[in-house]
Design a protein around this ligand. Structure first.
Ligand SMILES: NC(=O)c1ccc[n+]([C@@H]2O[C@H](COP(=O)([O-])OP(=O)(O)OC[C@H]3O[C@@H](n4cnc5c(N)ncnc54)[C@H](O)[C@@H]3O)[C@@H](O)[C@H]2O)c1
Length: 332
């Protein structure tokens, strides 16, 4: 009962890469479990620093019922200055707790888990929003970092095969690195310094670190926008689109583009539905509008994927059990 494991990032990464479709299934099922109310996903808590306004560390506590029955918390830091040393911006751990006793049972390195669940969400939305597939279409990726790289991996795993990718980033070196990565996936890709060209693609993936909106021209009918970075799009552009969120309460917070749209319009009727509704085919999208998917990023997804990683690591013997982790295991 009193075991405590550490799962390293190297192990987590290998497990995640072994079967990306398994991760996609876990994320899809967790959205449906969340929709049924069999989860607890409180507000994220943001730790900020007066002398480092660009940095933050966020706590995402969560519980998933259904087949998972685990509680836990993701503790994820965002330090944009890490990029100067070519280190990832985000770093994270997830603590898993036993639901029966509350005891922490594992610490899992979670940067890859966080990226994987985010990318899986994007791939799920992409496949549901383009039921006819990606043949004859272009996907653009704006913002070429770790999340963008994972999204490209997951779009491929989900069978989204466009004719070509176009990549845009304010840092050309990052953009070129993503182009190389997409070539490595056997897909055609090119870099463009033109934001307008990138915004013209059939499917637009936003994965920047932009703090406030710079996309002010409306998208056109039929375009699909995967708004993963959440703060790129001006409120009017949001208001002119179909809007699919992961969780309405969560997404209309923290100055996301949908939150700004709610403030600008004074209402929530621009929200067309949720990704769970879309998966269940309960959401009717207006055909004459573009569709924007804005996922706030739910802790329940991290928890479900981390639980899978921990279970797999234990089963294959790669979870490192820490002997005598608990100092006291008897009350008296
Ligand atoms: N919604 C979710 O669930 C979720 C989950 C994880 C991360 N994210 C978000 O995804 C984003 C990307 O994360 P990452 O780890 O890949 O970051 P990163 O720092 O590795 O990469 C971001 C890239 O965006 C580029 N960029 C910044 N502003 C730009 C702009 N205006 N136009 C074009 N390019 C721009 C940067 O040059 C950089 O290459 C972050 O905003 C993060 O908060 C969202």
């Amino acid at each position: 009962v009193f075991t405590f494991d550490v799962v390293t990032g190297t192990v987590a990464l290998r497990i995640l890469r072994t079967d990306r479709n398994e991760v996609i299934d876990i994320v899809r099922n967790t959205y449906l479990t969340h929709d049924l109310g069999d989860t607890v996903n409180p507000d994220s808590y943001f730790l900020r620093f007066p002398e480092r306004p660009e940095a933050r560390i966020i706590a995402l506590p969560a519980f998933v019922g259904d087949g998972v029955r685990r509680a836990g918390i993701k503790w994820i830091a965002s330090y944009p200055a890490n990029l100067d040393a070519n280190a990832p911006r985000a770093s994270a751990v997830i603590i898993l707790n036993d639901y029966e006793t509350g005891y922490p049972i594992a610490c899992v390195e979670a940067a890859a888990i966080s990226a994987a669940r985010t990318a899986a969400s994007a791939a799920i939305a992409a496949t549901v929003l383009r039921p006819a597939g990606f043949d004859g279409t272009r996907i653009s990726v704006i913002g070429a970092g770790v999340i963008a790289r994972n999204i490209c991996d997951y779009l491929l795993a989900a069978g989204c095969l466009p004719d070509s990718y176009v990549v845009h980033d304010i840092a050309a070196a990052s953009g070129e690195a993503l182009v190389e990565h997409i070539h490595g996936l056997g897909q055609s890709a090119s870099f463009t310094p033109s934001l307008a060209e990138a915004l013209d693609a059939d499917t637009v993936v936003l994965a920047t670190t932009a703090p406030k909106p710079y996309i002010t021209a409306p998208f056109r009918q039929g375009q699909v926008v995967l708004n993963i970075s959440l703060r790129d799009i001006a409120p009017d552009v949001v208001l002119a689109a179909n809007n699919v969120l992961d969780d309405v309460e969560h997404c209309l917070k923290a100055n996301t583009s949908p939150h700004l749209a709610e403030q600008a319009s004074g209402a929530r009727d621009f929200v067309t539905g949720t990704i769970a509704g879309l998966i269940k085919d309960d959401v009717r999208l207006a055909r004459d509008r573009p569709t924007i998917f804005s996922p706030f990023g739910l802790g329940v997804l991290d928890l479900a994927v981390a639980s899978h990683v921990h279970d797999t690591a234990r089963a294959e013997g790669t979870a490192i059990e820490i002997p005598d982790f608990y100092g006291e295991t008897r009350r008296w």
